[in-house]
Design a protein around this ligand. Structure first.
Ligand SMILES: [Zn+2]
Length: 137
């Protein structure tokens, strides 16, 4: 949850609101920011989902608000881990990720048994969002 900024200081992840087109608010987006030079960048694991969401809004979006954590498992886990804390704690996030993967795998087995293709596709997407860095065993 930390990386080194080009200025040499340590960037940490915070949940921020992203404003798109001056009208659309996307809350709870994980963003790396640097305390020294205020450089910021989107947490790499969520970048494709964020650009996907923005892509769906089109050229002339109407005024609306999204909770990014409803779209992305990483944002969801970070939101859960910051409850009661100021900054996401890496160990806690890793534990939440393991629990979440177990939970999603259980649901996936149920979806397979029911033959629910739409549910399977949704769970598959969620699993691929968070398991990118972690090897499933
Ligand atoms: Zn910096």
């Amino acid at each position: 949850m930390r990386k080194r900024c080009s200025c040499g200081d340590i960037m940490t992840v915070k949940l921020r609101t992203v404003i798109y087109s001056g009208k659309v608010e996307i809350d709870n987006v994980p963003i790396y920011s640097c305390p020294s030079c205020s450089r910021s960048e989107v947490f790499p694991e969520v970048k494709s989902d964020l650009t996907g969401l923005i892509g769906q809004l089109g050229e002339e979006p109407k005024k609306q608000t999204f909770l990014f954590n409803e779209w992305n498992e990483w944002a969801n886990l970070l939101v859960e881990s910051v409850i009661g804390h100021k900054m996401p704690d890496l160990e806690q996030v890793e534990r939440l990720i393991e629990e979440r993967i177990d939970e999603l795998l259980d649901l996936y087995l149920i979806a397979c048994r029911l033959g629910d293709e739409a549910w399977k596709a949704d769970l598959n997407k969620r699993l691929s969002q968070i398991s990118r860095r972690y090897t499933l065993t």
